[in-house]
Design a protein around this ligand. Sequence first.
Ligand code: ATP
Ligand code: MG
Length: 382
Amino acid sequence: MQKLILIKYGELTTKKGNRNLFINKLNENIKKVIDAKIIKKRDRMYIITDDIDLVTKKLQKIFGLQGIVIAYQVNTNKEDIEKGILEILKDINFKTFKVETKRANKNFEIKSMEFNNVIGSLVLKNFNSKVDVHNPDITVHIEIREETYIYLNEIKGAGGYPVGIQGKGILMLSGGIDSPVAGYLALKRGIDIDCLYFDSPPHTSLEAKNKVIKLASILNEYSGNVRLLVVPFTKLQEEIYKKVPSEYNITILRRMMYRIATSINNKYQVVINGESIGQVASQTLTSIKVINSVTNFPIIRPVACLDKLEIIDIAKKIGTYEISILPFEDCCTIFVPKHPVINPKLEKCLEYEQFNYQELIDECIDNIEIITNFNNHYTDLL
Ligand code: ATP
Ligand code: MG
């Protein structure tokens, strides 16, 4: 019996017009991380590989998949299906079971309900067991198509849309807990991302940068084409601390970050960040409004309305949490004023920005370092 992996598509099946686009993007994303034979069909994909365990593990990080199933393929005829089921069940421990047949191939003469009974009787006759339709130990799934697929379990896929289907965004990635989660949620909606890190050496350490590289590499595992853009931010940041009264430091700093993030490159369709409403002084609605007013470029904040504990739960699930909590300072935390303004005024910002920041911004953008191969970096922090 041929053993293979069968993939069930996610939400894309509801988008009828875009189906081909979705399937092709998904196929492309799978091919990028998996070296195996892939057969794509309208409503399923089949993957044939010698290393089912490894491939299954990798598939669980690819968005656009609803379910992953390890199935046995047999010829579509009653005898072969029965033989297959007896063969599969002989190594399994169970007391109760049910059978679920899905007959997509109407050339197969026995209707689903009737076939459930046929197979049910076969199992009862051969194994000491009972039928339990509500809470069975095992469910024998039979999908009758051109070939027939038999399986017992379905592994939950990552859901979402295939990464890239929604174009590309730029994620403001700090070493904190929130922004990697924001990046993950954006990827899940099908937005491919590059990450943007504002680096202020020597005020911020190499460890802090390595931490961000590691976070970017974790995000990259979720079927993206993630690159990390490192902005040399020191000069601009020092200038802000020289020219701007301390309670407005962070507000102006963030207005500069927004100016840079929204003007790097016109291939990005959106800026993504990890702001969460009310979490710190710069994330009150008044602050967000004043900071955001430097641009009319779209900015999304996937974790804006989540509680910190909800964000932490996701961070733990996706594997970024233990990196994020490593204790290296980032540029927003090094010169934090004692009393950052909670309700900043736009007029004040404009007044304090009377220095030649555009030149410094241009210099930042011109000197961005692009990291594409995360393995070349020392990221072994733990
Ligand atoms: P996080 O946990 O993501 O660091 P935070 O709660 O520490 O967020 P802030 O420091 O106010 O909040 O930053 C808010 C958002 O601004 C971050 O989520 C991130 O998107 C962006 N940001 C902050 N610092 C940087 C940085 N050095 N480089 C890139 N983006 C940054
Ligand atoms: Mg932070």
